[in-house]
Ligand binder design. Sequence first.
Ligand code: SAM
Length: 287
Amino acid sequence: MSEQIPGWFTEIFQDQGTGFSLKVKSKLHEEQSQYQKIEIFETETFGNLMVLDGCVMLTDRDNFLYHEMMTHPALFTHHAPKKVVIVGGGDCGTLKEVLKHPGVEEAWQVEIDERVTRVAEKYFPDLCTANNDPRANFFFGDGIKWIADAPLESIDLIIVDSTDPVGPAEGLFAVDFYRNCFMALREGGMIVQQTESPLLHTSSIIKKVHDDMRQAGFDGVRTLPFPQPVYPTGWWSCTMAGKGKKLEFFREEDAAERPFVTRYYNAEVHKAALALPEFMKNELDLD
Ligand code: SAM
């Protein structure tokens, strides 16, 4: 839900009794796509802002935190990811980070709403700089079906960069979807999913994702918290799991010597993100 005070964009989290506001200079774009209302604002201090159905998706200023943490920890934990599939991620920021890895041979962005990508190309050109990379492939349609139809054991890493678990994204937070991901992954393959706020969602969404991923056959489920100022509570998480892989180690030396620029991710940040706060360990029943 969102309510507008003149000159500001505000997202209200009614059930939390909180909200988040950004001072805006102008509204650059508004449309109702087949799936959602897409709005773009120019803000005073956070660059351009994308809003889907009243929910903040990303800003120019802080999206690097989310996109780097949704990608590099998983890509440096898998031993040699060659084929990567992004489910959702229509703004192309995750695709851009994935394609920074020279070992990736093929990346797919499977986004249900083509309009999100077209609008991102216009208003977030910096996120779309890898779209013409010959390794980049785009499919516009439902990621749940795409994964169900994917050939067995054909993918190394699946990144679920979705909206909140409502509407078309609801089925992306479900054991049936994880089972299909498990079957589509090669041995040693991995899944990583955005899993909302540690403060708000550990005992609900994050706990359910852990249980569902284990039930689907995955080993070594791990949640990594990271800052994300424009999302509810300013604190977000991703959860990764391995197929026949415990995720105890990552390629620390490769991460330290990565041949590309990051702004948040490095090997120390990766290690630190693997340390869970006490309340999360308790609520997730971890030792
Ligand atoms: N970082 C954002 C966040 O956590 O709020 C998400 C970014 S990205 C814009 C999310 C995308 O997931 C949206 O563009 C939405 O259309 C897409 N999406 C939702 N459900 C989907 C599905 N079933 N298959 C493919 N894409 C889906």
